[in-house]
Design a protein around this ligand. Structure first.
Ligand SMILES: [Mg+2]
Length: 227
């Protein structure tokens, strides 16, 4: 099976290229625990792919926490500062990104995170980030008007390649249902590497579902194969 040929590749960050989702879960678990509340997978699942302030709002509302959004986010920030230096690249991420870069395939990052957040999570992976033509960081980018599942972030990201690729020439890598929806709404192809707990039904619009980036075969999308 092969798919339409693509020329440009857009990558989500959290949970796709880095294992930061586990650290977000830990931070939210710790802060919610201070109020005697459990941060469950059901709640976590509903937050995947959303911007930070949206997650804070949803958690406070769902668990009825006696805290303002600002205070909740400040407490999370303190947790992140301890946890994020431990962020690791996901299996296959380095190999894929460096392969595409070495073959001259234009690649960019399209993350809902802010620039400050990306800098904190990637503090031990700065050389890895240099592979990308540009970084589009939704929470701190004035051109990204709405978060995923809105297609805005992917359309803005693609428009910043000098070649101005058409959406259908772009391939998105995602781990979240919201990201798949955003990529589909942008009319782009999307490979999803989901948390295995996500129901298959929610991923039916993805072009391809993989268990790991290590399984990806670039030639299926007309990209240069691994040697
Ligand atoms: Mg993600």
């Amino acid at each position: 099976m092969t798919f339409s040929k693509v020329t440009h590749v857009l990558f989500d960050l959290d949970g796709l290229l880095i294992d930061s989702e586990n650290f977000y879960t830990q931070a939210f678990t710790n802060v919610c625990g201070k109020y005697g509340k459990a941060f469950t997978w059901e709640l976590k699942k509903s937050l995947l792919g959303f911007q930070g302030h949206e997650c804070a709002e949803k958690i406070i509302k769902e668990l009825d926490l006696p805290v303002t959004k600002e205070d909740f986010m400040k407490q999370c920030q303190e947790e992140y500062e301890v946890l994020f230096p431990n962020v690791q690249l996901m299996p296959g991420a380095k190999k894929l990104v460096e392969h595409l870069k070495s073959k001259g395939v234009p690649i960019a990052l399209a993350t809902s995170s802010s620039e400050d957040s990306v800098n904190m999570k990637m503090q031990n992976h700065t050389a890895f980030l240099e592979n990308f033509h540009h970084l589009t960081m939704g929470s701190s980018d004035p051109d990204v008007k709405k978060g995923k599942p809105d297609p805005s972030i992917f359309l803005v990201c693609a428009s910043r390649f000098p070649e101005k690729p058409k959406p259908e020439e772009c391939l998105v890598f995602e781990d979240a249902v919201n990201g798949v929806k955003a990529a589909c709404a942008a009319n782009m192809l999307v490979v999803v590497v989901p948390d295995p707990r996500i129901e298959k039904e929610l991923l039916k619009d993805a072009t391809l579902v993989l268990r790991s980036l290590e399984e990806f075969q670039p030639e299926l999308f007309g990209l240069p194969p691994y040697e």
